[in-house]
Design a protein around this ligand. Structure first.
Ligand SMILES: C[S@@+](CC[C@H](N)C(=O)[O-])C[C@H]1O[C@@H](n2cnc3c(N)ncnc32)[C@H](O)[C@@H]1O
Length: 378
């Protein structure tokens, strides 16, 4: 399809529409709008640190993180902290790794010093590098609703009804659930590594389905998602339902919501993407993973599949760029839309260095943040 893009994107200053008030649904279209508005607020979720850190792989993540944070907080070890991070700046998002900051995912320091606590000196370069990759990929963020609406408008001309949308790194499932509502996919699947985020997404999904049931039943007693009640004319499953980006659907779009949304707790590198028609990746913190992700998608996606990612491009020749939406158009960061068209097994492209901060600038920023931290704790 040719590009049919909104000439003016919704902007932060005109941000999100007011959510539809509860109980104000007179038509299936009202129900759809109210459900879309209800998938909100995941970025504010409280991180259940204990559960995360007690889970196998992340226990070591916590140990190394605490060693790094102790070195950062100790003015006498600041130079050593900087010297250890400097060779790995490609993997540091921003000035300081997210987890060691105040809002980060590490627990508070124990009240009593632990004599056997891991020291940064005991952490190898390879371990530190992997820790930084994990730290970046575990950062959480969601598009705001107006950004998602822009994004859906941007991709809608390329979406054909049916097919499977997959969000790799789906977090609390906002994109998966919103896409299942706004676009005519047969199925929308989220793949999330962290168990607690997957569990929160599953709760969000259950709340969405319960709300859909209530609102549809409010339109017509006896109408429940997944059932085939004796419907009145006008509310038959085949009754037309206009989706917000211009696609035509029927009421089945809402009645079958349960079957159309799937969530998996899984490493995205192990996910089955062989039947995908759109892969979404909020890849802003995935710079070190982009080459490996592109190689997986080039190998496993069907021809014609759409792939969108944020901030960092896919440099593999299997992907043809359809659109680059610069930052502050569709969303705060740039959004790339590709189509899988090239050879699956061509020679791999040279590794792309997508993110290479200047070491001197980085050190100056870190020292400024350290001074602020010292002043705060004086
Ligand atoms: C920036 S959040 C985006 C959440 C969601 N896609 C959205 O846009 O609302 C990235 C998510 O990817 C998850 N993640 C990181 N590495 C992953 C991996 N290897 N497999 C699956 N999920 C991963 C993180 O835990 C995090 O929840």
């Amino acid at each position: 399809m040719s590009g049919r893009h909104a000439p003016e994107w919704r902007r932060a200053d005109r941000a999100n529409r007011a959510a539809a008030p509860a109980g104000a649904c007179g038509t299936p279209g009202d129900v759809l709008a109210a459900l879309i508005d209800s998938v909100e607020g995941g970025e504010l979720h409280v991180r259940p640190l204990r559960a995360l850190l007690d889970s196998g792989r992340f226990a070591r993540f916590a140990e190394i993180g605490l060693a790094l944070r102790r070195a950062f907080r100790d003015p006498a070890r600041r130079d050593y902290f900087i010297a250890r991070l400097k060779p790995h700046l490609r993997y540091v998002i921003g000035a300081l790794p997210a987890s060691i900051q105040r809002h980060g995912m590490l627990p508070p320091e124990p009240a009593q010093p632990q004599p056997d606590a891991l020291q940064l000196e005991q952490v190898s370069e390879a371990e530190l590098r992997q820790w930084l990759v994990d730290d970046g990929s575990l950062i959480y963020g969601e598009f705001q609703r107006y950004e998602l609406e822009n994004y859906f408008d941007a991709i809608a001309p390329y979406v054909t009804p049916g097919g499977e949308m997959i969000d790799l790194g789906s977090g609390l499932g906002k994109v998966v659930m919103s896409a299942a509502l706004a676009l005519p996919f047969a199925r929308c699947t989220g793949v999330e590594l962290l168990g607690y985020r997957h569990a929160m997404a599953a709760e969000r999904r259950a709340r969405l389905l319960a709300r859909a049931g209530e609102l549809l039943a409010g339109l017509q007693p006896g109408l429940q998602p997944g059932l085939q009640p004796g419907l009145q004319p006008g509310l038959q499953p085949d009754a037309p339902l206009a989706l917000p980006c211009g696609h035509a659907a029927t009421l089945r779009h809402l009645l079958e919501l349960d079957a159309r949304i799937a969530l998996r707790e899984q490493n995205m590198f192990e996910a089955d993407v062989s039947r995908a028609s759109l892969v979404f990746i909020y890849s802003t913190c995935f710079a070190p993973l982009m080459d490996a992700l592109a190689a997986k998608l080039a190998r496993e996606l069907p021809q014609g599949c759409l792939v969108s990612c944020t901030t960092f491009p896919l440099t593999h020749p299997a992907f043809r760029l359809l659109h680059h939406f610069p930052s502050n158009s569709v969303a705060w960061t740039s959004v790339f839309l590709y189509q899988r068209t090239g050879p699956a097994d061509g020679p791999p492209p040279p590794p792309a260095c997508l993110y290479a901060p200047d070491p001197d600038e980085w050190e100056a920023r870190v020292r400024t943040e350290c001074a602020a931290q010292d002043a705060a704790s004086a």
